[in-house]
Design a protein around this ligand. Structure first.
Ligand SMILES: *[C@@H]1O[C@H](CO)[C@@H](O)[C@H](O)[C@H]1NC(C)=O
Ligand SMILES: *[C@@H]1O[C@H](CO)[C@@H](O)[C@H](O)[C@H]1NC(C)=O
Ligand SMILES: *[C@@H]1O[C@H](CO)[C@@H](O)[C@H](O)[C@H]1NC(C)=O
Ligand SMILES: *[C@@H]1O[C@H](CO)[C@@H](O)[C@H](O)[C@H]1NC(C)=O
Ligand SMILES: *[C@@H]1O[C@H](CO)[C@@H](O)[C@H](O)[C@H]1NC(C)=O
Ligand SMILES: *[C@@H]1O[C@H](CO)[C@@H](O)[C@H](O)[C@H]1NC(C)=O
Length: 493
């Protein structure tokens, strides 16, 4: 038996090889097989369809008339799937007929689904290619099948032509087809700027409500032919880089955190529409990508889409540090990028100063008010008045100037000399040195402190233009900046 094993292997190998030849595109029985053509026929049940032998449309130079006069014959076969058994087709000449280089279905039925091969041959020459045909029913309550839709995109306020595709076989050459257009399968009164020309629907200025499913319909003999195109509308292609919404772009934000605490830096950005590219947003620590830090404590989240409209999106990405360590302190940068450029926002992560209460990176007014509430509870026995003006932009360049010499007014009523003690001296130091230091150096607010900056009348500082004031205690109130005139005495009685 020993000797027969190699023989079996040899036989098996030969068998396999011959099987391979059968399934391979190439030559079978001396016939060159071009496999399945890229053009797939997809029709709705009940529609007429013409399947053309693709050999004459891109594989060989001859047309059908040529081939015939050269003595070549054309034969058709059908198989359920590509590579399956192929059987010759019997044409009844009525519903299914062979006409020159094509077969016609008048109309197509569900049983017609499959692959159709045309074989062109004489005794020495043979060529073959297959075409696939899908016949589907329309979706419930719709005039089309969602899987057979054509897709088109248009940009807002630009022009767009929606074509009724693949109808050449149903119209007489040189004659304009009579096409009826539907939207969402319903007849529509098209607005004046939408015109129907030949085989297309032409929209002059695309609007958002042009989004939808367009069906064109034409008659062919006793049959209807329908094609449906789903139009999506996007914002015009942007010519700008993305914009970072938070933290502030082109500015160093400072975030003070306690060692050991969880840090969560979230970067939010707006991306205009720039085709099908997904938004590029990421964090770096100094010069390093987060994944290159190789620290499992420091992670970058997935990119989250917060909002999306017509292809424009607001996205965010979070950088989290499980428990902050000394080595994590430093410069973190959020980058956003598209084909038009790159923008960045920097955050300097520092150790929290002693006096600071939890101050979120969210900085701005909210954090300061929080800080003040805290300070007021601590020091409410002493008179510290602080007027805080809301600043128009978080970014903080003071360009829109009047009344903007100062953002806040800080007043501290001195303790009477006889009440002086070591403690009250420290409190005065807090009010006149530490508080201004925190607000001015760390947050960049400009304070007006009467003891230091003299009388407000000479400067551009003004009590007008405040939206509302919040009284935190008899000693402190914060006022929002706006264009309303409210007497300050009333607010801070
Ligand atoms: C086939 O090609 C010949 C010459 O290229 C041309 O004269 C003839 O009209 C073509 N026939 C068809 C049916 O297109
Ligand atoms: C078969 O067709 C080919 C291509 O048209 C041609 O070159 C060849 O001479 C034909 N052979 C016979 C036997 O007619
Ligand atoms: C969908 O197809 C069914 C069955 O072929 C047909 O009766 C119905 O009229 C079609 N619906 C529309 C809206 O064309
Ligand atoms: C277009 O058709 C799809 C289903 O095929 C549907 O989900 C979508 O809402 C339609 N569009 C409009 C604008 O109605
Ligand atoms: C970080 O903050 C973002 C936005 O506030 C939030 O969506 C995310 O869940 C937070 N991540 C962690 C790990 O807390
Ligand atoms: C922080 O890092 C960014 C990106 O590497 C850099 O552009 C910026 O100058 C750095 N800032 C400081 C203060 O180091």
């Amino acid at each position: 038996m020993k000797g027969s094993i190699p023989l079996q292997v040899l036989l098996y190998a030969t068998l396999i090889r011959s099987l391979k030849v059968v399934s391979k595109r190439g030559s079978v029985d001396g016939c060159t097989d071009w496999s399945v053509d890229y053009l797939k026929y997809k029709v709705l049940l009940g529609e007429p369809v013409r399947i053309k032998c693709a050999l004459f449309y891109g594989y060989i130079r001859a047309n059908y008339t040529h081939a015939q006069s050269a003595g070549l014959s054309l034969m058709w076969y059908k198989s359920v799937g590509h590579g399956d058994f192929e059987e010759p087709i019997t044409f009844d000449g009525i519903r299914m007929s062979k006409e020159e280089d094509s077969i016609w279905f008048r109309p197509a039925e569900l049983q017609d689904v499959g692959h159709y091969s045309c074989v062109l041959r004489n005794s020495t020459y043979c060529m073959k290619v297959s075409m696939s045909l899908t016949v589907s029913e329309n979706d419930t309550d719709l005039c089309y099948n969602s899987k057979m839709k054509y897709l088109e995109k248009a940009e807002l306020s630009k022009g767009k032509d929606i074509l009724c595709p693949g109808i050449d076989d149903y119209i007489q050459p040189g004659k304009d087809p009579e096409i009826v257009w539907y939207k969402e399968c319903k007849p529509k009164q098209w607005r004046q700027s939408i015109v129907r020309r030949k085989d297309m629907l032409s929209i002059k200025e695309v609007r958002e409500d042009d989004i939808g499913n367009y069906t064109c319909e034409l008659t062919f003999g006793n049959f209807l032919v329908r094609r449906t195109t789903e139009l999506s509308v996007t914002a015009p292609l942007t010519d700008k880089p993305p914009k970072i919404i938070f933290p502030a772009e082109n500015k160093m934000s400072i975030m003070e955190m306690q060692l050991g605490s969880l840090v969560n830096l979230t970067c939010r950005a707006f991306f205009g529409y720039s085709g099908d590219v997904s938004p590029l947003i990421y964090w770096m620590k100094g010069e390093k990508f987060i994944e290159d830090l190789d620290e499992s404590r420091i992670r970058e989240s997935e990119i989250k889409t917060l909002r999306e409209h017509l292809g424009e999106q607001e996205v965010s990405i979070s950088l989290t540090i499980d428990a902050l360590e000394e080595t994590d302190l430093g410069n973190y940068t959020c980058f956003v990028e598209n084909g038009n450029g790159r923008r960045q926002a920097n955050v300097l992560l520092t150790k929290r100063a002693e006096l600071m209460y939890t101050v979120e990176l969210a900085g701005g007014l909210g954090a300061i008010l929080l800080l003040l509430v805290f300070l007021v509870t601590l020091y409410k026995c002493y008179r510290i008045e602080l007027m805080l003006f809301y600043r128009n932009h978080f970014g903080g360049e003071d360009v829109d100037g009047e009344n903007k010499d100062y953002d806040a007014y800080l007043s501290y009523t001195k303790v009477e000399p006889e009440q002086w003690s070591q403690e009250s001296r420290e409190e005065e130091r807090f009010a006149l040195e530490i508080l201004p230091d925190v607000l001015e150096k760390h947050y960049g607010y400009k304070l007006f402190i009467p003891d230091r900056d003299l009388i407000p009348t000479g400067s551009k500082f003004s009590w007008s233009n405040m939206k509302f004031c919040v009284d935190f205690s008899p000693w402190l109130c914060a006022c929002m900046y706006s264009s309303l005139e409210i007497p300050i005495r009333y607010l801070c009685a």
